[in-house]
Design a binder for this molecule. Structure first.
Ligand code: 7TS
Length: 404
């Protein structure tokens, strides 16, 4: 059981006011808020041991390197990767996906096929389109149904010996659908395709086990997991990471450089050119510690209560439609009021101190499928309360009264 009142004290920002009203933060799918432990870790780094890593003999550099590598070990343990060097530190999910897409440019051939899902964030669509343009490979799409679920029979029909890669998110940031990734991975592997799972929306809500999933690549962003922006991780099976060429050239990623030839460093450094977000990486480790201290079982159970409560109360409002009605969903409610633009609802909610996102949520194909310009999206975290949901519902009712 979560003690939400105690947890809320860990997040200084939750006690501020917005437009004269207590902040109700329901934009967690865009980025989460940060607990004191993460903020303190950032302050401690810059106050006490800021230095560049992997290169100095001096004490500060050693200390920063140790803490950074400890963070990598925490990430490895959290995702249950077999080897520490299978964890590549990135600037976030988008970076991780682009790194893999770039690598596959040298592997894919004309007429190979890559499969994405209709539920993807733009960051899991555009890099693959760019890859197809460069290689002559073809992009195929797993369709979705009216509940916002992937149509698995259509996925099976798309798979063939031509399929080289499958990309799918673990949880949709726009609708909250939890995708059947275990099944997708098994079926893709049967035809010899590799699978990349975009875990950006899933990782704040559950704890993936990359070995149990047998996934080839898994990406996440720290900022959606109570960590800072500009840092994330790419897990890749060692065999795949060895096969892919480096993404960027520069310092840190080399073994030896002459003007005739450069040899590359071993994993993970081969993919980590330049000075990384050292402080961010260390704070990512602190965020993972914090989430595990709360406990993912407790987080999932409580967030499900929030979701059920909010769904019921919102659906009681006449003319309100929820997009994404799968039984397998978490912590996201995308909705519209009949005849009212989502932006207008968001603006009125903001006046009441309620932060939601409005628009297409970087998932335009989903909005096109439903034939809408966008939605109002309320996305929950374990530090939200039922009383905050009541405030949201009051705000939506007020918006309806003012705008219809
Ligand atoms: N994939 C998914 C499923 C996401 O939710 C996001 C961010 C990304 C990829 C990109 O992550 P980044 O950290 O590299 O930017 N999602 C959102 C969102 O829903 N609103 O703002 C960012």
């Amino acid at each position: 059981m979560l003690n939400v009142e105690t947890i809320r004290k860990d997040f200084p920002i939750l006690s501020r006011k917005v437009n004269g009203k207590p902040l109700v933060y329901f934009d967690n799918a865009a980025t989460s808020q940060k607990p004191r432990r993460v903020i303190d870790t950032i302050v401690d780094y810059y106050t006490n041991y800021n230095a560049n890593i992997h290169r100095g003999v001096h004490a500060l550099s050693q200390e920063a390197t140790d803490k950074y590598e400890q963070a990598r070990a925490k990430i490895q343990k959290h995702f249950n990767a077999q080897h520490r060097h299978e964890i590549i530190m990135t600037s976030g999910t988008t970076h991780g996906i682009n790194l893999v897409a770039h690598g596959f440019a040298s592997i894919l051939k004309k007429d190979d096929e890559i499969i994405v899902s209709a539920l993807e964030h733009h960051s899991n669509i555009v890099p693959w389109q760019m890859l197809c343009e460069r290689t002559g490979a073809r992009l195929r799409v797993i369709p979705m149904n009216q509940d916002g679920e992937l149509v698995m029979t259509a996925f099976e029909a798309l798979l063939s010996s031509k399929t080289k890669l499958v990309f799918v998110n673990h949880i949709s940031n726009a609708l909250g659908t939890i995708n059947p990734i275990e099944d997708i991975i098994k079926k893709a592997h049967k035809v010899g395709a590799a699978v990349l799972v975009d875990g950006a929306q899933a990782c704040p809500h559950l704890k993936p086990d990359v070995q149990q999933l047998d996934v080839d690549f898994y990406v996440a962003s720290a900022h959606k997991m109570c960590g800072p922006t500009g840092v994330g991780m790419l897990y890749g099976k060692k065999a795949w990471l060895d096969k892919l060429p480096p993404y960027q050239g520069g310092g840190e990623m080399i073994a030896e450089v002459t003007f005739e030839k450069t040899t590359y460093a071993d994993l993970p450094h081969k993919f980590e050119a330049g000075t990384p977000n050292i402080c961010g990486g260390i704070a990512f480790g602190a965020a993972i510690d914090y989430l595990n201290h709360i406990g993912f079982d407790a987080i999932a159970a409580y967030e499900n209560e929030l979701l059920q409560y909010a769904t019921k109360k919102l659906l009681a409002i006449d003319g309100l439609k929820i997009y994404g009605t799968s039984k397998h969903k978490t912590a996201v409610i995308s909705f519209n009021l009949d005849g009212i633009h989502p932006y207008d609802v968001g603006t009125i909610l903001d006046k009441m101190g309620v932060a939601v996102r409005t628009g297409h949520h970087c998932a335009q194909p989903i909005m096109d499928y439903f034939g809408i310009p966008g939605t109002v999206r309320a996305s929950f975290a374990f530090y939200n309360t039922m009383a905050e949901i009541d405030t949201l519902v009051d705000g939506v009712k007020k918006a309806k009264a003012m705008l219809s």
